[in-house]
Structures are given as C-alpha cells and as structure tokens.
Design a protein around this ligand. Sequence first.
Ligand SMILES: C[S@@+](CC[C@H](N)C(=O)[O-])C[C@H]1O[C@@H](n2cnc3c(N)ncnc32)[C@H](O)[C@@H]1O
Length: 276
Amino acid sequence: MAMRLKDNMSGVLTAEQQQALVGSYDVVGDIAIIIIPESLVPCEKLIADAVLASNVHIKVVAKRGGMYGGEFRTIPLVILAGEKRKETGVREFGIRLRLNPERIYFSIRSGYERRRIASLVTPNESVLVLFSGVAPYPLIISRFSSARVIIGIEKNPEAHAYALENLQLNKKQKNVILYLGDVRVVIPTLSENFDRVVMPLPTMAETFLSDTLRALKPGGYLHFYDLQQPDCFADSVAKITAACDASNRRVESFSIYKCGHCGPRTYRICIDARIH
Ligand SMILES: C[S@@+](CC[C@H](N)C(=O)[O-])C[C@H]1O[C@@H](n2cnc3c(N)ncnc32)[C@H](O)[C@@H]1O
C-alpha cells in the first residue's frame, strides 16, 4: 500500500521542509518504509513519530538506508520509530506472506500485476515462476487459477526459506513446488517444459532469456518484465525477438502492459508474448 507522507506533516515540519518531503511511502505489513532526503535527516525522528502516530496499524517506521542493490535486489533499512523488528506479515488477495523487507525483495506495489498474471492462467497449465522471491506469484497463481503445477525458483536462501514458510501458511495451495538455486542451474534439471513462464526480474531478465526459452513449450506464454522509458517499449520486445532468433524460436504475438513507475519517466513494463 502506498500512503501520502505530506498529509501527516503540518504542525511537524515547516512549509519549506514539507516541500522537501518525498510524496509517498510504502506500508509493507505493519512496517512503514519512508525515504528521508539528506536535508531532512535532522528531523527524521519527528517525521517517523508522526507516521507512527498517523495509523494504528503501523508498528514500525523505517527509512531506506540506501538503494536496492546486489544480486538479491535488497535494500538496507534503518528503524526510526516503533518496535525494533524488520519481519512482518502481508496479506495479498487473501494470501498470507511472512517476510523481512531488508533481507529479501518484495514489492508491495506489484500485487495487482501478480493478480493479472494469475487471471491469464487457464486450467491444467504448467507454470514456471523464475526469481520467485518469498513466493507471491506462485501462491497468487495457485489461489486464482486451476494450474496443474506451479514451480518457483529463487536464489536468495532467506527468500526461499520465507517462501517455504509461506507455502505452509497457505495450506490450500497444494500445486506449488519451490526450488532454491540459480535459475540457470535449476532449469536444466526440471523434468518438463512449461505452458507459461514468468520472469519478474526487470533489471536483468534479458540475460536469462535463452535459458528461459528452453523451458517454454512451443506456443507457450512468456511474461518478460523490463524497465523502460515511455518511447522505448519496442526495445523490450526486441530483446525477446533477438533471443528467439538465436534459439530458433518465434514471437507469434505480444502485448505490452505498464505495471509501475520506477523513477522519473521510467516504467516497469511486462511484455506478454506467445512464443513458437
Ligand atoms: C525483483 S525480485 C522479485 C521477487 C518476487 N518474484 C516478487 O515479486 O516479490 C527478483 C528476485 O530474483 C532473485 N534472483 C536474482 N538472480 C537470480 C538467479 N540467478 N536465480 C534465481 N533467483 C534470482 C532475487 O533474489 C530476487 O528475490
């Protein structure tokens, strides 16, 4: 959930300080994650206390202590107010997820996109979710489709451990199998190819395309995420076309979905492509 930060700050900050605020913040479970610009560091505790006081459901207020980075796309968090913990529970379309947003990647803003993908899955499909994190895609797809099997692969051991815990928490989701490892290592060990493959790693999914195409049945669907400027969406399609050319495959049809913003003039997009 994204919340407006400025709403809570009159009487706490001067008008000039309010101008410097980053407009909104995410709430992951009961943890509010705020961004404090350099100029507001001296009043960060005041800001955090105001956020904590603004909503009884918020129990921890933390600030981003850096940028998303590393292979596991994690971000350092510094607790400023509330309880001294970083683990929380999230509910997404009735699915329960435990996670620590500092140790694993989880975007609270991608819930509708996960639900959109689940709505495309037809009965009896086999679905492969690469980069599956704490398993939000596998669990949402399992809950809202009649897929035969959904396999997730995740390399971050802590994310995989949460994913296994989340599978237990959502007991009805019996068609989900989760593997720990690098997708390049795990894909060749899988005993079947898939009707649908989801690739939620927008920073570098293209480097995994040739491995992914090997796991996709002819006529299967690929969901390829990318970060792209508004007038360059065709470049993302070209990445898939190039990988298909190199693998003797063909893009039969595609559509492009905007599913989020990542900074000024940059969209998170998903290319839904049917591949022969
Ligand atoms: C952008 S996150 C997406 C996580 C999850 N699907 C979600 O929607 O919350 C990408 C994930 O890919 C994982 N990852 C990165 N490289 C990987 C690789 N080579 N093999 C498997 N997982 C990888 C990261 O640890 C991270 O959890």
